[in-house]
Design a protein. Structure first.
Lengths: 782, 439
């Protein structure tokens, strides 16, 4: 044991962290694996005849209950021993001494496995579409879009950089000395003592610049903005009047200003930066940021746009994380914390609406049309929040009664906003699940965008452009090309590639000199660019992602990995080690992430390939086993050591699948560098996979692995299922048996075009939604 | 960087705080300070551009001092008053007199070099030190006995919407100017927004319940538990809201005049509203430190309601021989004294909650200015008037000092609140300690 303790420092993550990480990673699929296994035939239970004799008359033959005696189904989550005790003590009713001890245990075991336990219930009742609340992403988007309705939207464009106006005066606001205009891609300047080179004016020390446009948040999170300058400046972000950072007054030696803001992924936030130089020696101005998972850097061009978008109302109230226990985010449970968060958020939004009420309602206090405009605002807000045309009854409850209860109209507006955002009709995706055009619209938009219906969908639902399947699919086809779909797809790939787990990678500083935070940041960017590039294609072919021999490299990466590109290049897509690499499978970020700090990890890589790419369920390890430290066996290769470690009988059932998949990537060391040898021995990258058909596939190295995976039916099915569930947030099985195969067929026939698959998933989930379970008469009456 | 829109209230008090709702549902925060010891308060009122000296300074010193026209409105409170002549802002360095006068008034320390170029002198930035009001706030907030919900409140009246050395006199520290809130509605929102939110919340939760009940029947039995759980949460919140004792919500929300726009001509209404809100915040013990800033240093209020069309700063540049200007400036400064008198009146008429006497008996007000006199831009003889019993000074007298640095006044005030430091601001001006004769 002491040996293990001293060896802990070997690994890039503390051991307990690693164990926890592996655990979450593996547990995700445990649910399904469990109940697939429990197939004991009911006949084998000695408790079965006892149940039939003593219990079935009240509880029904299969525990479903009987109307006369005990209508409720026998289902619950009491542990088995508890169930046995309960039977001993209380059952059968009035004759509790008839079934006790071993008899009670036998009956309990039968009941438990056959229909009582949650696992048994899941087996008996196939997955269904569950009532779901908005996920956190959907909630934030819904609020932002709701308010966006009143701020005027703008379609996204592809322009990048910021609009720049250069003025030949330090006081551009007061005079019109416009010198020249251009688009600046990066705000990272040092003009020294001079004016900008392009200036028409000579020998003038004084000038000012105004940059305008928007900054696009690549993901939801906190962004720290940094402005570096020795001169005066003001920086507005997501608010046109109040500066986000006000550096107009230069004071002392402050030359760096920082401020953090929470932004929603995929949304452009309007900004304006005004900089002026009078007669100082220095003319530096830099606009930088620290984005999540990244190092501080000048804001890259691809996140800047010269188009000024509307301000985004961003809910900052923290929400508890969504459930992801089945591998995709879903809103099928509620908690007190969540309910509290929705209340806080409702107050937050109501406050922000109140502060901007004049603009949002298009009216001013004291003006004659104020009351009318406030009402109009409320009506539009509520109907779009509830995502249905308002009935008279709803109008009365959500709007009229709020205005009746208080004399102060602005207070009434606040309450209308709060009530709408606390309403179950807003908070839940859809209640009752009717197949009406409004639900078609919501299913499409939440499916493809995680946003509520845009105006086109809303009008379609109100009119007749969503009333049959073809029309629904037309909307889906339009929506697939929207940046919001790209955002959602990008997010899918981030989940698929486990990027949210790979946040804290570090490497042995001697063995991997140069693998620092900056390199890691670039590595992550490289993978993100690969994904961005993929999703932005017109016909993104999944196989390309697995097979491509091109990679995005920066100068820094090129230097570390030995690619032939100039050191100062930002990012460039090049063919790199084409004989050895295969798309994202061998991407150095993933290779580094699925590795220890000093050695590669075929197990991590194999688990990733099994779970994500092949969609296989894995049980958590039977016993927690500390990885065998490499120092203990200095002569063994990584492959040999892993084989030794997992040789135990309890390990084999899973590792016989995991290891041979991971071995195929042994040509990549712990930092994802290509290697032919380890410890002076040739790398053995041969691997295999026992397909569900019973056939053993063999491959060696990343290229052959890629070929196998790209053409594997299992991979295609797994991709369809995972994408479906990411989009719809419901189990695919709930949409009819054979749905997965139907979608797979379409995917194959479209040459693996992910956009085609997406549009069909959206259509299926919107239109082929099974009818809602009719509530029974008895419960409805309650 | 401070900013002043009320949308930020949320960020500060709720938005970034995971424990947001307890704040709403269980509001001990409406006045943490539960102690029974004496609540002492500190108020600074600022008016700009110096005064008209001959219409301001008493001829006679001591208890038998005479009251000149500008101070006439304060005559009823002469027993609670201290007029301090000969106190000078000695701080030199970067920045013009208006800048230093403003930013050093409560800090007593030099400005950073910077890029704000005034009418003369070198350009400057913000103050290099904390101001007395903010210092006392920190002292109060550090002790559970004296801690309040806000610690300090910065009121303004028509402060220009720009942050620079002429518009900021409060500093939370070096380079940390504090923006006054000059919109009474925004201040109202800051003070009472939560109580309003609570009322609104109570009012809508019933409606949420009724719709939940209706929807319950439309979903399948398996899904119903989700709605039932939510209904339980909502009910729990309703109960929590009801459980807040009346005494804690009982802080009456003052009625304020509606629809007063931020506009030069509305300065009198805004002034009154801000003073009323300040007095109310003291009654509720929201804060024990407050500042009230009229316009800004170099302020250009046009007091048309006094029949004066010109801006105050322009007038203040006129020579002593311009009789018309002198008369107008006297009127203007008298008007400021009237505002102070209104504040004093309100405080004197409001009994100290839970204690003997009035709010005024426990409040120390300082009325200051960035200059002694407008046309000379002197920082000597700053027109300092002290009012109220908060510092237990010997009031009811006029004192004449011989050219003493105002840091010593800041020291006296600090000491009177139990903050017995040796120096405040630039130590070079604190050599002789607190002013003599005040206590």
């Amino acid at each position: 044991m002491p040996l293990f303790l001293t060896e802990r420092s070997q690994f890039s993550m503390p051991h307990n962290l690693l164990a926890a990480w592996l655990h979450t990673f593996l547990f995700a699929a445990a649910g399904f694996a469990l109940f697939e296994q429990r197939t004991t035939a009911a006949d084998e239970y000695p408790g079965k005849p006892l149940y039939a004799k003593l219990c079935a008359s009240c509880h029904g033959d299969d525990g479903q209950g009987t109307a006369d005696n005990y209508p409720a189904a026998l289902a619950g989550d009491r542990p088995l021993v508890d169930l046995a005790r309960l039977i001993t003590e209380t059952m059968p009713e009035g004759e509790s001494d008839v079934c006790t001890g071993e008899d009670a245990e036998a009956v309990a075991a039968y009941i438990y496995d056959s229909f009582y336990s949650p696992v048994a219930q899941a087996r008996i009742q196939p997955p269904r579409i569950k009532l779901a609340r908005l996920t956190n992403t959907q909630y934030r988007n819904a609020v932002a879009d709701l308010i966006g309705l009143f701020r005027g939207g703008r379609t996204f464009d592809d322009k990048r950089g910021l609009q720049a106006e250069y003025f030949a005066s330090g006081r551009y606001q007061k005079d019109k000395a416009l010198d020249f205009k251009r688009v600046d891609t990066l705000i990272d300047f040092d003009f020294g003592e001079d004016v900008p080179a392009e200036s028409k004016f000579e020998k003038k020390e004084e000038f000012s610049i105004r940059w305008q446009g928007s900054v696009i948040a690549p993901e939801t999170g906190n962004y720290e903005f940094v402005i570096q300058t020795d001169n005066g400046f003001q920086f507005w972000l997501n608010h046109s009047q109040v500066p986000f950072i006000d550096g107009k007054v230069r004071s002392g030696n402050d030359a760096e200003y920082r401020q953090t803001i929470f932004m929603i992924g995929g949304r452009p936030y309007p900004l304006r930066l005004e900089f002026s130089k009078f007669n100082g020696k220095s003319g530096e101005i830099r606009l930088r940021w620290k984005a999540p998972h990244k190092i501080e850097e000048p804001i890259p061009e691809r996140f800047l746009t010269p188009t000024r978008y509307a301000e985004v109302l961003t809910v900052e109230t923290p929400f508890p994380p969504d459930d992801r226990s089945e591998g995709y985010t879903r809103g099928t449970s509620v908690s007190k914390e969540w309910d509290t968060a929705t209340t806080s958020a409702a107050i937050e939004v109501a406050t922000k609406v109140f502060d901007d009420l004049n603009r949002l309602s298009g009216s001013r206090p004291g003006k004659g049309d104020r009351s009318k405009k406030l009402r109009l605002f409320c009506e539009r807000f509520v109907e779009r929040a509830l995502r249905h045309r308002l009935t008279d009854e709803h109008k009365q409850l959500y709007i009229d009664s709020q205005f009746q209860k208080t004399e102060d109209e602005e207070t009434a507006v606040r309450r209308v906003v709060m009530l709408a955002l606390k309403s179950p009709r807003f908070l839940y995706r859809e209640i009752g699940g009717q197949n009406d055009t409004f639900n078609f619209a919501s299913r499409l938009s939440f499916g493809l965008w995680d946003c509520p219906p845009d105006s086109q969908l809303w009008n379609g639902a109100n009119g007749n452009s969503l009333d049959n399947r073809i029309k629904v699919s037309r909307h889906a086809a339009r929506m697939v090309n929207d940046p919001r779909t790209k955002m959602k797809l990008r997010e899918f790939f981030h989940y698929w590639l486990k990027l949210d787990h790979l946040t804290d990678i570090s490497k042995d500083t001697e063995q991997f000199a140069g693998f620092d935070r900056a390199l890691l940041s670039d590595l992550r960017t490289s993978l993100e660019l690969t994904i961005d590039d993929f999703v932005s294609q017109e016909k993104p072919d999944l196989r390309q992602l697995l097979l491509s021999n091109e990679i995005f490299l920066s100068g820094r990466l090129g230097q570390f990995y030995g690619a032939d590109i100039p050191n100062d290049v930002k990012f460039q897509k090049i063919a790199f080690e084409p004989e050895a690499r295969s798309g994202i499978l061998s991407h150095p970020f993933l290779m580094s992430g699925f590795a220890y700090h000093n050695v590669s990890s075929p197990i991590h890589r194999g688990v990733f390939l099994s779970r994500s790419i092949l969609g296989r369920s894995l049980k958590p390890p039977a016993t927690a086993i500390t990885p065998v430290p490499s120092k203990l066996h200095p002569d063994l290769t990584t492959r040999q050591r892993v084989a030794l470690q997992t040789d135990h009988l309890v390990c084999r059932s899973c590792h016989e699948m995991i290891n041979p998949l991971g071995y195929a990537l042994e040509n990549f060391d712990a930092a994802g560098r290509f290697r032919k040898k380890e410890k002076n021995r040739d790398i053995d990258a041969s691997g295999s996979y026992l397909q569900q058909s019973g056939e053993l596939a063999k491959f060696s190295g990343a290229k052959e692995l890629g070929e196998f995976l790209a053409n594997s039916d299992e991979v295609h099915l797994a991709f369809v299922e995972q994408l479906f569930q990411h989009v719809v947030k419901q189990p695919i099985q709930a949409y009819g048996s054979g749905q997965k195969e139907k979608l797979r067929d379409l995917f194959v026939s479209s040459e693996f075009n992910v956009n085609v698959l997406l549009a069909e998933i959206a259509t299926v989930s919107a239109f082929d939604h099974p009818p809602a379970d009719a509530p029974s008469v008895e419960t409805a009456a309650k | 960087m401070p900013r002043s829109t009320s949308r930020r209230r949320f960020l500060k008090t709720l938005g970034l705080n995971a424990a947001a709702l307890p704040f709403l549902t269980n509001l001990p925060s409406l006045g943490f300070a539960g102690s029974t010891s004496r609540k002492k308060r500190f108020v600074v009122m600022f008016s700009p551009n110096g005064t008209v000296q001959k219409e301001f300074w008493p001829d006679r010193q001591g208890p038998d001092f005479d009251i000149k026209p500008i101070l006439k409105p304060l005559e009823p409170y002469r027993d609670q008053m201290l007029v301090l002549n000969g106190v000078c802002d000695k701080v030199k360095g970067d920045g013009d007199s208006h800048m230093r006068g403003m930013a050093c008034l409560l800090t007593g320390i030099e400005l950073f070099p910077g890029n704000i170029q005034g009418g003369s002198h070198t350009p400057a930035g913000w103050s290099t030190g904390i101001s007395l009001d903010q210092k006392l706030k920190n002292v109060f907030q550090a002790s559970p006995e004296t801690k309040t919900r806000f610690g300090s409140l910065e009121f303004g009246v028509m402060v220009p919407d720009r942050a620079d050395t002429w518009t900021r006199m409060s500093y939370a520290g070096a380079n940390k100017p504090v923006a006054p809130i000059d919109n009474p509605y925004e201040m109202f929102e800051k003070l009472y927004g939560q109580v309003q939110d609570r009322e609104s919340l109570s009012s809508i939760l019933d409606d949420v319940q009724s719709d939940l009940k209706k929807l319950r029947g439309t979903v399948s039995a398996e899904d119903r538990h989700l709605l039932d759980e939510q209904a339980t949460f909502v009910r729990e919140m309703e109960l929590q809201l009801k459980a807040v004792p009346e005494t804690e919500t009982g802080h009456t929300i003052p009625e304020i005049e509606q629809g007063v726009r931020e506009d030069n001509d509305n300065i009198p209404q805004i002034s009154k509203m801000q003073i009323d809100l300040m007095v109310n915040s003291f009654v509720s013990d929201f804060s024990r430190v407050a500042t009230l800033q009229y316009t800004n240093s170099v302020g250009q209020a046009r007091m048309r309601w006094l029949g004066i069309e010109e801006g105050q700063h322009s007038l203040s540049h006129e020579g002593d021989d311009n009789k018309d200007a002198q008369e107008k400036l006297t009127k203007i400064n008298t008007w400021y004294a009237e505002q102070l008198a209104y504040l004093v009146k309100r405080l004197s008429e409001t009994p100290e909650p839970g204690g003997p006497g009035s709010l005024l008996d426990n409040t120390q007000i300082v009325w200051g200015n960035e200059l002694g006199k407008g046309n000379s831009h002197t920082l000597n003889n700053i027109p300092f008037v002290l009012l109220g019993g908060g510092s237990d000074f010997k009031t009811g007298q006029a004192l004449k000092f011989k050219n003493v640095p105002h840091n010593r006044l800041l020291l006296s005030l600090a000491h009177s609140f139990g903050h017995e430091v040796k120096t405040f601001g630039n130590p070079g001006f604190c050599g002789d300690g607190p002013l003599t004769g005040l206590t």
